[in-house]
Ligand binder design. Structure first.
Ligand SMILES: Cc1cc2nc3c(=O)[nH]c(=O)nc-3n(C[C@H](O)[C@H](O)[C@H](O)COP(=O)(O)OP(=O)(O)OC[C@H]3O[C@@H](n4cnc5c(N)ncnc54)[C@H](O)[C@@H]3O)c2cc1C
Length: 415
């Protein structure tokens, strides 16, 4: 009898998992089905550069079909709910999809509707996001017109996907305004719910210095309560006000609503999983990967990639009724664009914060950790090609899935 592996979401993680599993599961015994609501795969890291005219929408969107391996069925439909006790997924159009094993890879989405006043009269007039294609396209037009005033880059709450992206946006805006010769006419402010630039101390210190060097003012510990549309200002719960002429916000990020309806999520609809095995805490035949999971590491494509190996090993073991052999360590790495065609790289996991050093080869690099270099910037640009041609088709990439300490320098204060 045929058995069913069902994957919800054909984004970065769902595509990689379906393609990897198709290579190792017998076609005679297993069907693999992936469900997504549409056929447009968006290269999300490109949304950072689109508002600065470096990419056009056509550079960032491709048909999902071109990345799904032969032998995997791609279904278009909106997931309505998972009936875990019955091992069945219901789509909004009434279709019911029974499964033996389920992988939830439906990501996380910006939800400006969750902040009072954010999507009101100022939305896409003077309040923009760049985490959606529509937002990034609208912001490009607004930035082109902007040559003086107060530009505020804002993070609503953590966790967000690619937590360094708003910092990168601030650095790139500074460089872009300098290039246009109007930097002195613009006050740049970075508003964050964190007490510093980033979540981990050494990187936060380094990135905080970079904000200072660029004269970008920081408003820390700012928990936004609302956007005051009349006054064009962010208002916090402790009644601080940050006025703006142009607001670039990262709205609250939330997992898919069906996760909550199915009783599988936390308060932000991210799937509750064991952080090492990636198995749902609520059902033994459900796993989650990528931004959809409540893992205490960055939400990033790199994390989805590094976690895929663990997920594949553990799914195969679970299918055989064996104990789960593989343990994910939270490995993440992210390029941080810093303007003027330079970038930093950070590499870390659940237990080790980003440290200075070289990556991936000790002594050699060629990439530098926590240091601004042109090679790092070229690495970020090359990532788009690697994404379409190596990551999504799940071709082997010669980088270990688990974080390595080789090449890292541990500052005495961090020991
Ligand atoms: C501006 C920006 C810059 C970034 N930069 C980087 C970077 O430099 N490096 C890096 O590693 N990562 C970066 N990321 C993060 C990276 O893009 C994500 O972490 C990654 O795409 C997560 O993959 P995923 O498969 O978990 O989610 P996604 O790729 O978002 O896929 C989720 C899929 O689920 C589908 N879906 C959701 N709900 C439903 C439903 N109810 N029914 C049917 N389908 C549904 C969606 O249509 C989508 O296709 C960046 C993100 C942004 C926004």
């Amino acid at each position: 009898m045929m058995r069913n592996l069902l994957v919800l979401g054909a984004g970065t993680a769902g595509t990689m998992v379906a393609n990897r599993m198709r290579r190792v599961l017998s076609h005679d015994t297993w069907t693999i089905t992936v469900v997504d609501r549409d056929d447009s795969h968006l290269y999300q890291p490109g949304l950072l550069l689109l508002p600065f005219g470096r990419y056009q929408p056509r550079d960032l969107v491709r048909s999902r079909h071109s990345f799904i391996a032969d032998g995997v069925v791609l279904l278009q439909g909106e997931v309505d709910r998972v009936d875990a006790p019955a091992s069945t997924v219901h789509l909004e159009d009434g279709r019911a999809l029974p499964y033996d094993f389920l992988v939830v890879a439906t990501g996380t989405t910006p939800r400006p509707d969750q902040t009072s006043g954010m999507t009101g009269a100022l939305w896409r007039e003077s309040v923009f996001d760049f985490y959606t294609l529509e937002g990034a396209v609208a912001l490009e037009k607004a930035l082109a017109r902007f040559d003086h005033g107060r530009l505020v880059v804002h993070v609503t709450d953590m966790p967000i996907k690619c937590p360094v992206a708003p910092l990168e946006f601030a650095f790139l805006t500074d460089a872009w305004l300098r290039e246009k010769g109007v930097r002195d006419a613009v006050e740049l402010v970075y508003v964050t719910p964190l007490s510093g630039a980033f979540t981990k101390p050494i990187a936060s210190d380094r990135l905080g210095h970079m904000l200072d060097e660029r004269k970008i003012a920081v408003e820390p510990d700012f928990l936004v309560e609302s956007v005051d549309e009349e006054a064009s200002a962010l208002v916090s719960y402790d009644e601080r006000r940050v006025p703006f002429d142009l607001l670039v916000t990262v709205p609250l990020n939330m997992g898919a609503d069906f996760v909550a309806r199915s009783g599988l999520g936390d308060e932000l609809n991210h799937v509750r999983v064991d952080r090492n095995t990636l198995r749902s805490k609520d059902a033994d035949n459900i796993f989650a990967i990528g931004d959809a999971a409540d893992l205490p590491t960055s939400k990033a494509g790199s994390v989805a990639h590094f976690a895929t190996e663990t997920l594949v090993d553990n799914l195969l073991a679970a299918m055989r009724g064996q104990p789960l052999p593989s343990s994910f360590d939270g490995h993440a790495n992210c390029f941080v664009e810093s303007g003027d065609d330079k970038a930093l790289l950070i590499d870390f996991n659940y237990d080790t914060e980003p440290l200075p050093g070289r990556y991936p080869l000790p002594m050699v690099g060629p990439l530098r950790l926590l240091e601004e270099t042109r090679t790092n910037h070229l690495g970020k640009l090359a990532f788009r090609w690697i994404y379409w041609n190596v990551l999504l088709p799940a071709r082997p990439l010669p980088l270990p899935s688990h974080m390595s300490m080789a090449g890292k320098a541990v500052p005495t204060t961090a020991k």
